[in-house]
Ligand binder design. Structure first.
Ligand SMILES: [Zn+2]
Length: 175
């Protein structure tokens, strides 16, 4: 995991890329795995957390933010955005907030996680028309890094955690 010079998580890269950055003097290593990589000229512990020496301005719309069913479920915490209940992925579907027949697009800001019951109840109506009060329109994830982390959420290495604890994503949920 690469942190920006500001200590914010920046991106996830393959360890080989991290070694190249290290050779280029671009990063400092904050933590390493136990594995050692060897080449004829060096032996090195595989870095697990590194930090850019210079601040990199993150791209506003990072192409890493891929729109996918799984990413939408993860963004919404597997919670139906209408009844607010949590379901396993196989019981969830995607719903167009503004229905397709009314020009609703398949985008981050128009697609939400939805359970089968709510999906049926909503039909081709807007949330307000279907009587779903308290519905909040979805947003596109602002940071390309977040989907990477979401996918890794269950298997994030221990050494990364101290640098992620401030993200609500990684705070232990109660109830
Ligand atoms: Zn529901």
């Amino acid at each position: 995991m690469v942190l920006n010079a500001s200590w914010e998580p920046y991106r996830v890269v393959h360890w080989q890329r991290a070694v190249l950055l290290l050779m280029g003097g671009k990063i400092e290593v904050l933590d390493s795995y136990n594995q050692i990589v060897r080449s004829p000229s060096l032996a090195l512990q595989v870095p697990s957390v590194v930090r850019m020496k210079k601040f990199v301005v993150p791209k506003r719309r990072n192409p890493i933010v891929r729109f996918s069913r799984q990413h939408v479920f993860l963004r919404d915490d597997h919670r139906c955005q209408y009844c607010r209940n949590v379901f396993p992925a196989k019981e969830l579907t995607l719903d167009h907030v503004v229905p397709v027949v009314r020009g609703g697009k398949k985008t981050w800001s128009n697609i939400v996680t939805c359970c089968a019951d709510c999906n049926q109840r909503k039909g081709a109506r807007t949330p307000a028309e279907a009587g779903f009060s308290g519905f909040r329109p979805p947003r596109e994830p602002e940071h390309g890094f977040i989907p990477d982390l979401l996918l890794l959420k269950e298997k994030v290495p221990q050494s990364w955690r101290p640098f992620l604890e401030h993200l609500s994503l990684f705070q232990t949920k109660t109830a």
